[in-house]
Design a protein around this ligand. Structure first.
Ligand SMILES: Nc1nc2c(ncn2[C@@H]2O[C@H](COP(=O)(O)OP(=O)(O)OP(=O)(O)O)[C@@H](O)[C@H]2O)c(=O)[nH]1
Ligand SMILES: [Zn+2]
Length: 188
């Protein structure tokens, strides 16, 4: 964790700028808490994929599609610094190698814990997985709700954004893409 990088003072200034009193009891430790929270929510900048994957790439002759679906996703939009929240579905076709199951949600979190737009987040997850296991194809779909469009702005509570990124066989072969989309739509 970064120490004393000025964030606490900046949060104190924001509290003052909105007309609140940073000295009142309930807000005394808020700059500290908010800075810690922001550091957590942006810790993806400090992480790298080598550390996260930690060598958990295994040889396998299985060449059927692997899907990890319904990965909870919490990120922050880079335009308003408000959360967007949803689910990521990640699939790949192995090419002699598979990745440790837990590593896919870890890769999702590494990119989600940065300031993002959903399209770039989707692409970065897919490209990172491809670079790590050299798969025959990779597919990523993210469905998310953006608080910047719910709490403020257009104030639409029921719309969500769906983005996808397909590489290799998922891009070239519509049956592979369809199989992925069908499997993530199923309830179980
Ligand atoms: N494509 C994309 N747009 C996003 C994402 N997150 C937020 N936005 C949009 O970014 C845009 C920024 O538009 P601006 O007009 O510069 O900002 P604004 O005045 O706050 O816009 P409104 O949200 O429409 O009030 C808005 O349309 C947001 O809905 C995202 O992940 N992807
Ligand atoms: Zn936004």
């Amino acid at each position: 964790m970064k120490e004393n990088n000025g964030m606490e003072e900046q949060f104190r200034a924001i509290i003052e700028a909105i007309g609140e009193n940073p000295e009142r009891e309930g807000l005394l430790r808020t700059p500290h808490r908010a800075a810690r929270a922001m550091e957590f929510l942006t810790q993806g900048y400090e992480q790298d994929v080598g550390e996260i994957v930690n060598g958990a790439v295994f040889e396998s002759h299985n060449d059927e599609m692997v899907i990890v679906k319904d990965i909870e996703l919490y990120s922050m939009c880079e335009h308003h610094m408000l959360p967007f929240i949803g689910r990521a579905h990640v699939a790949y076709l192995p090419n002699g190698k598979v990745i440790g199951l837990s590593k896919i949600p870890r890769i999702v979190d590494m990119f989600a814990r940065r300031l993002q737009i959903q399209e770039n987040l989707t692409q970065q997850i897919g490209q990172c997985l491809q670079d790590t296991i050299d798969a025959k194809g990779v597919g990523v779909v993210i469905e998310a709700k953006h608080l910047c469009a719910m709490m403020r702005g257009v104030q639409k509570q029921n719309s969500s954004m769906v983005t996808s990124f397909m590489l290799g066989r998922f891009r070239e072969d519509h049956r592979t893409r369809q199989e992925f989309l069908d499997l993530i739509r199923r309830q179980n």
